[in-house]
Unconditional design. Sequence first.
Lengths: 117, 952
Amino acid sequence: MEYLLASAIGAMTAAGIYLLLRQRTFPVILGISMLTYAVNLFLFASGRIAINLPPVLLNKTPTYTDPLPQALVLTAIVISFGMTAVVVLMGLGAYLSARTDHVNLNEGQDDNAEAGK
Amino acid sequence: MSLILIAALPFLGALLPGLMIRSGRTACAWATASVTLTALIGLLVHAPAVMRGEVIQYQLEWMPLLGLNANFFLDGLGLLFAGLILGIGLLIIIYARFYLSRQDPMGQFYTYLLLFQGAMVGIVLSDNVLMLLIFWELTSLSSFLLIGYWKHLPEGRQGARMALAVTGMGGLALIGGMLILGNIVGSYDLTVILQNKELIQASPLYLPALILILLGCFTKSAQFPFHFWLPHAMAAPTPVSAYLHSATMVKAGLFLMARLWPVLAGTPEWFYIVATTGLITMVLGAVIALFKDDLKALLAFSTVSHLGLITMLLGFGTPFAAVVAVFHIINHATFKAALFMSAGIVDHETHTRDIKRLGGLRHLMPVTFTIVMVAGLSMAGIPLFNGFLSKEMMLDAATEAAWNGNHWLVPALATLGALFSVAYSFRLIVHTFLGPKRDDYPAKPHDPGFGMWAPPALLAVLVVLIGIMPALMVGPLVATASGAVIGGDLPYYSLKIWHGVNAALFMSIAAVVGGLVLLAMHRPLDAAWIRARRPEAKAIFDALMRAVTGAANALTDGLHNGAMTRYAAVFTLAVIAAGSAAWFGGTNPAPAREALAIGPVPLIGWILLMVATVCMVAYHRNRLLSLVLMGIVGLIVSVAFAYMSAPDLALTQISVEVVTIILLLLALNFLPKHSPVESSNARRFRDGTIAVLGGLAVGGLSLAMLLSDFSQESISAFHLANSKPGGGGTNVVNVILVDFRGFDTFGEIIVLGIAALVIFAMTESVLGSPVGAWLKQRPINPLEAGDRHPLMMVVATRVMMPIALMVGVFIFLRGHNEPGGGFIAGLIVAIALVMQYMASGFDWATARQRYPYHMIIALGVFAAAFTGIGSWFADRPFLTSNYGYFQIPPMGEFELATAMAFDVGVFLCVVGAVMLGLESLSRFAHRAGDRPSPYPMDIDPSRDLPQEAKDA
């Protein structure tokens, strides 16, 4: 299980970073969202994996899952929605005002620099 | 009056002028004057006690652990300076009333002036070094406003900038020096610092601290080579020049040198730095002053010269010289302020300050002439005026000083300075007022009204009175103030006119005679001066500033070329590098946990997630597809939460997923549907490498974390143990959110609310711009114009609405004990509402939405806040929760906790924020001419059927 979770976090991070480095706003936003998933799962993983443990207090079982990372991640999920919404609107406003959704100030500048090398 | 009030009064009073200006200029001036007068009276009440040698203290603890206390103290030196600041300030306020013209915004002027006054009083009364530094910076800022008061004059703006740059730079140095000083002593209280002379002077950091502190003092007091800003600051209105640049601000540096004299002075370093700088400044300032034709520039350089004189006296480090310095501070303030105000009068009446265009004003402006003559003779050091007394004593002190074993250098240069001082003082009097009357003045000169000449006249009277009866007039004040500077027994000195025949007398006579000779030869000397090549301070300063700005720009532009992708790549690489360095540089725990077995279900989920992630990268150019793929990823993540014993997270993630996708779909409606192919292969390879590196690093870190044990005991055990007895809930996650870490959650819902408001504000600004007009007029895309509000969907959402709301309430109510809670309930209710928007259209839904979402957010924040405040009434800290069990037959026992009220706040905030965000985004879709449809759906059989069919 640990290997699955860790590799999933790694894959989502990699995808997030790759999309983050694209030159248009929409992929960048998706990249941020992917990174958010990865980070939330990572935070959650700091409580270690617990399967089939009760998340609420019951008198029957003596062991419980770790509630603290869950509480932290819960607010993180909600806040990241707020952040995504703000970023989306910034991207949208920028596209409508500038008629381009390029994230760089001078379009293709980074590529030119690359080509020049 | 308590000291803090004296310091605070001008700041509080700074609000008055702006209000009073509506009642007229005179009322405004009186209001301002009354503030200063009150503070002055409050100060003078303490005067008798201070004169007896007491030190008045006022202490207010703020952050004692950091050494930040609002401590004030008043001793002789503080009394002298505060008296000068408030006393001359009062005269300046009266003078300015008549000086400023109707076009000048007088309220602004008085506000700046009072701010400055408060900052100055704060400097001289502060006991805490850190507070002193803040006041010090405040004087720089407020003087910037005052110098640039005439915003339409480029000289004013440039002068203000220059003054701010120079004094601000000095202020930075001063902060460093004072912090070192405080560190050496271990206290930031001046009274403590002043008692640790040996400790400070023995410290290896003494010299750096001294240099830094002196940089602050020298820039503020316009000492060579920082003297150049003062003449340029003369672009300010004359009341400002008279106040800031003769009596107060430029003396702040002197004040600080005098204040720290007991602990810093007396070493060779102090003598050579301070005395030498003072000597050079004195001579240089006096020489330049003689060749200035602008009245105010002449006075400015003379001020530089006199400040140098006082600095030199403090630099000698002997008690006698310190007494003379204090005495000369008083004298200089009186005659120089009078001279500045008179220069302002001349300027005001003749419309020129150019000495070469003046002359013969003696009969036209007799009152002004008298004032200038008295003050000018005092500046020249002629007997019977106060300047003479301190100058004699200065020359006396100079004869004692040996510069590197050389006994004649300092006295000779001091005499030279005095000689030029005589020359420019006489030039001021002779070339402006004596000589034949001219007929080409720019305006017809005459004496001004009483209000304008009364303030300088009062000072001129003081000049004479002190000059004739020094011991009676200022003897006690000089004694107390000098006592505070020296911090020990006073040396022998006497304030009187005739000291007998001594070296100082001959030097004085030489200076007067030489000065008169110099004045007689002024015309050829002046011609030579103009021909000579002199370094122009402003040009040097400007070139320096250009170079610094250019370097800063080059650096910023080089780093910030506007390529976001580059920043992101650099940032990612830096994070990976830092993380790797930490990982490989430290010791890592060995894996201590057995990996859990992999079941079939997680494996399927993992495969789905991996495929979706890879496809998302591969097909990211097709934006709609990538959005769908992202939805899959989000769903798997939700399922993963549920599988790993986190139902709360699963519920939250899945509902957030829904609103996020709706949000992105809304945005995609206006964005291009495809991303073009732009990146080169090399570029893609580079990004891929970075991404893989980052993925490997994070994945590896996760694995290492998952396989190792907690390095420290987790605090979760505490939460598990106290959730039920302390918070009254069995859902520990929810209890943590609303109780244990309720304050965090409180902050978070506020952040969420702010995010929604930001979205709303941005929408407003975009829609209000030309873009908004374009959006309204954009053509209708035939593809989207079909069945916009389908019957099936409308009916389905209507049916689901009450069910969804019920689920929301249910999730909310069970939240304290079972998975659920305000966050999730809020998201579910928001989704239920959004469905109505989607089904029947924005306009239809908005028309039926009675409560603005802003209000719901605000209600949520208030509900949470008041729940928290409620615990104050039970004498508990903010957000302490309470709960109890209630019996309501026939439903049986149930629990009510205050945390539930808090959760209501969370719920409302989430609903409001999500809805406001989505609603703002949907407003982009609004076209001109769109009318709210009266019908919830496009095709409604009950509406479209003919009447007979309905009846049947």
